[in-house]
Design a protein around this ligand. Structure first.
Ligand SMILES: O=P(O)(O)OC[C@H]1O[C@](O)(CO)[C@@H](O)[C@@H]1O
Length: 619
């Protein structure tokens, strides 16, 4: 199998004992002085990849007079700043997209120092696009770039898979929208609603795109179940009401075994049964071939199944069936989304950093956060329809970059925190802190030049429209933050269209990939989330033991209420007493356990039993 040149595929766990280099004094950029020293220089420095190298670059970059480059501070002279703006402004003519990194303070020396690392990242990206095992821990190729340009796929089998899936989902969505494919027993005579069941990468892209691009009156309206919260699920089903009969349920899960999604499916199927509806005739699965979900859908004869490919990660799946099918059903032009992404990918293939928008983003992130995630990325789109972009980017960036080990097995605890909502709304919330409070962030403004469709604008005061205010708020905040040494990036698009949204997604997917190479981590796996899933499984297993113990005591004559200590002892899990208390408190809050004595506020006082004895499970 191919592997990316220059990147070791060694298992991270093999070398985890390596000591972490710790700065002996703090890096203080804000105070205008940088003071960092290290107990030892990393052996990896020469390899041009590791986090310790990032620290060294931050610390050692020198100007002609020997002062650290970062000590220079931000350019403030208006003429020099204008020159910097013009010099660094990136424009993608065809997409009408601009990227301004002039308000990030990287120096020319820094850019030169980073050049070899960028060239290595470009090489790695080239290998990835050719089909290298770019996700070594999972032994997987990483192929989301092929989705918008199937000719790039490393073999004709994969190319055909992509093309056939796209063709199939376009036909399916056309048939649903036109009413050729219809629900079996709806008075509407056609599907009117989509209920999407999925979580994480199987929800965030479709949610973002729906909010950004769905027309005011879509052919099918979309709702989401993206959690195992029973009340949230009930709310979605209740909102559908009688329209459940004309709801197309799309269950999305790459693995086909994610518990939250399975629970959502079971809850929806129950609602269908209770309404006397045949779920299979209204169910669609998007999952890997042969997964549990795929097999269920096949055996139960669901309306349709679409593949999720092994080589597409959840957080980069918006241009696969995961994102495209829900979008198409809402009347969104998915071919335009793909075209925008393709154009952006092409631009991101240049190996000249200043002409490569994704590289410019990665460069800015690296500078602003010292290649260590020392500053958070606040994403502020000044456009309501882009509200969910920050939430979408949160997963894309944090699940990709937030890693314990680098590709050489060194413990690095990398990350880049992303949060934000929208402007100017957030100016009336937390931007007070950004301007004046703790300096632990940089901002990305997303600017949309077109305020509203042509012909609808009016001046709400002489010479000023509503959109002018939005523009003014963005520019004012950018200036005010910079005036207080807060760095920012601005991405500008003409309009929020399928093409520009496709381009934005592709821009950030690539920036994440390049940044991951710069800091030498695997962007394409997520070992950390497994720990939480495993622990949740253990809690549920313990709950079953607690139930069995309570059931046995509750089947006695007379019923024997138990203290938490007694339950823990009888479960042979005295060390789990706190968790047992929480399990019992949760069951009591849901009327599944009854408190005979005491109250949950004082755990030692409780005596608990079950309202009913279940003789079938007595052991
Ligand atoms: O599509 P699936 O397999 O249900 O996974 C959903 C999400 O869960 C994660 O695996 C994290 O638990 C994400 O990476 C993924 O997008």
């Amino acid at each position: 199998m191919a592997s990316i040149s220059g990147i070791s595929s060694a298992s991270p766990t093999l070398k985890r004992q390596k000591p972490l280099l710790k700065p002996t004094s703090l890096l203080r950029k804000d105070s205008g002085s940088v003071s960092v020293s290290f107990p030892a220089r990393s052996k990896l420095a020469d390899r041009g990849f590791s986090v310790s190298v990032a620290r060294e670059i931050s610390a050692e970059l020198s100007t002609a007079d020997g002062a650290p480059a970062k000590k220079k501070g931000l350019v403030k002279d208006p003429h020099a700043l204008w020159r910097r703006y013009v010099d660094w402004l990136y424009q993608h003519k065809e997409l009408g997209l601009f990227l301004d990194v002039s308000r990030v303070g990287f120096t020319d020396e820094f850019v030169s120092e980073m050049e070899p690392r960028f060239q290595a990242a470009f090489k790695a990206m080239e290998e990835l696009e050719k089909g290298a095992i770019a996700n070594p821990d999972e032994g997987r190729m990483v192929g989301h770039y092929w989705l918008r340009n199937p000719k790039l796929a490393p073999n004709s089998f994969l190319r055909l898979q992509i093309e056939n899936t796209l063709e199939g989902l376009l036909k399916f969505s056309n048939d649903v929208v036109s009413g050729k494919i219809k629900p079996p027993s709806s008075p509407a005579g056609r599907f009117t609603q989509v209920l999407s069941v999925g979580i994480g990468g199987s929800a965030l892209g479709p949610q973002f795109v729906a909010e950004a691009l769905a027309p005011d009156n879509p052919p099918l309206k979309i709702r989401f179940i993206d959690n195992t919260d029973p009340a949230g699920i009930d709310h979605q089903i209740a909102q559908l009401g009688l329209e459940l009969a004309s709801t197309l349920v799309i269950v999305i899960s790459k693995s086909g075994g994610t518990p939250e999604t399975r629970n959502g499916l079971l809850e929806v199927q129950k609602a269908f049964r209770e309404a006397g509806l045949n779920f299979a005739k209204q169910g669609v699965a998007i999952t890997q071939e042969g997964s549990l979900l795929d097999n269920t859908a096949r055996i139960e004869g669901w309306l349709a199944r679409f593949p999720m490919f092994d080589w597409v990660g959840g957080r980069t799946s918006e241009m696969s069936a995961v994102g495209l099918l829900p979008a198409a059903l809402q009347g969104i032009d998915i071919e335009e989304m793909l075209a925008g992404a393709l154009l952006m990918d092409e631009a991101n293939r240049t190996t000249v950093v200043r002409n490569n928008p994704a590289a410019l983003l990665a460069l800015s992130w690296y500078w602003a956060s010292d290649g260590l995630g020392s500053k958070d990325m606040v994403v502020l789109p000044y456009k309501d329809s882009l509200l969910l972009f920050s939430r979408y980017l949160q997963q894309l960036v944090m699940e990709s970059i937030g890693k314990e080990f680098d590709l050489d097995g060194n413990r690095v605890n990398q990350g880049l925190t992303v949060y934000g909502n929208k402007g100017s709304t957030d100016q009336h919330a937390y931007i007070q802190q950004l301007r004046e409070g703790v300096h632990n962030f940089f901002v990305t403004f997303i600017e949309v030049l077109r305020d509203r469709p042509p012909g609808h604008d009016w001046e709400l005061e002489p010479g000023v429209t509503c959109g002018d205010y939005l523009f003014g708020m963005l520019q004012g905040t950018r200036s005010a933050l910079y005036g207080n040494d807060r760095e920012s990036i601005t991405v500008t698009v003409q309009e929020v269209t399928p093409r520009s949204v496709g381009a934005l997604i592709a821009l950030y997917e690539r920036a994440v990939g390049i940044y991951a190479s710069l800091v030498n981590i695997n962007a394409y796996h997520q070992p950390g989330v497994e720990a939480g899933k495993k622990a949740a499984g253990e809690v549920l297993a313990l709950q079953k033991r607690v139930l069995a113990v309570l059931n046995e005591a509750s089947c006695k004559e007379p019923v024997e209420p138990l203290t938490i200590e007694e339950v823990a002892d009888r479960c042979h899990a005295p060390e789990e007493i706190e968790m047992i208390y929480k399990i019992i408190a949760h069951m009591a809050a849901n009327d599944r356990a009854l408190i005979a004595e005491g109250s949950c506020g004082s755990p030692r006082s409780i005596k608990v039993f079950l309202g009913e004895c279940n003789v079938d499970v007595l052991y």
